[in-house]
Design a protein around this ligand. Sequence first.
Ligand SMILES: Cc1ncc(COP(=O)(O)O)c(C=O)c1O
Length: 331
Amino acid sequence: MRLNALPRVRLGTLPTPLQELPNLRREIGGPRIFIKRDDLTGLALGGNKTRMLEYLVGDALASGATHLITEGGPQSNHVRQTLAAARIHGLATIIVQNPVDPAPDVQGNFLLDRLLDIEYVQVDIEAERGAKMREIASKLRVEGARPYIIPGGGSNDVGAVGYVAAMLELQHQLWDQDLNPSTLYLASGGGGTQAGAALGAALFHCDFEVIGIAIEDDGKTISDRAWAIVEPAAVRLGIRPPLTRDDLICRDGHVGPAYAVPTEECLVALKLLARTEAIFLEPIYTAKAFAGMLAAIDRGEHRDDDAVIFLHTGGSPVNFALVDQLGGAIG
Ligand SMILES: Cc1ncc(COP(=O)(O)O)c(C=O)c1O
């Protein structure tokens, strides 16, 4: 296995804490609940992209890159963290965006992007972003630069390796704290985090099941997407995938009306975790996934002597841009 041989730069403050949530458990009952604090990975206010960017930027630098090119909207956590990683490693960065209506407030991630000095190129619609990234890369190559394209969200086989490594870190913490949880819940969209976590969990013989909660599209689409990442990630690691398509589980029922539109249950979850444990979720990814975990507990899927883990994938800066949408959660 080539995990240690793959190019990597250090961007994160690792390991992130694995923390129990006793106040929440007192409130809702059920299994012991733990949270893996990847909101505290440290790069420009943290989040799951830190671990993925360690391998993506590592790969870019190993290929002699001078520029990163990626895509994402004004509130993209991936864009914020990619800009930050690029600043640290002296890479020029071009972000491809499409206009959003209404024009974004300079708040949340977009405010931080501006502080990091974002350079962006606009296309008319989201579907044109990929072609535009390739066009910019061709132009840069003609000029003698070495562009490196990172797909939206960093969700590919290179980025997923960050979560393979994360499972080794988590497995060590579970051993150290003498814990044997049944399930790791996480928010799944682009599928890179889930692909890496499922591959890492299988590779390092973790006893827990990885369950994604769909935060966009549907669970089948996302788990297909994650499976398509697992296979090349395994090749990159020089192993045969130690899991099958059936091991990629992504549950439906918590997206609500659309991606990024807060649901009532996600606002309840966000408020509950803030008021019991002083940990902030956000309504696009983590609060929807947390609501998915709470629903599973509520359905009695976990006995009282069980333990579950929630992977906090970060993103809370977006709350500052969503004051209206947070509505009742603010009180
Ligand atoms: C806060 C947060 N959680 C979860 C995810 C989902 O990660 P993935 O695209 O790897 O499924 C993202 C992706 O943008 C994110 O920003």
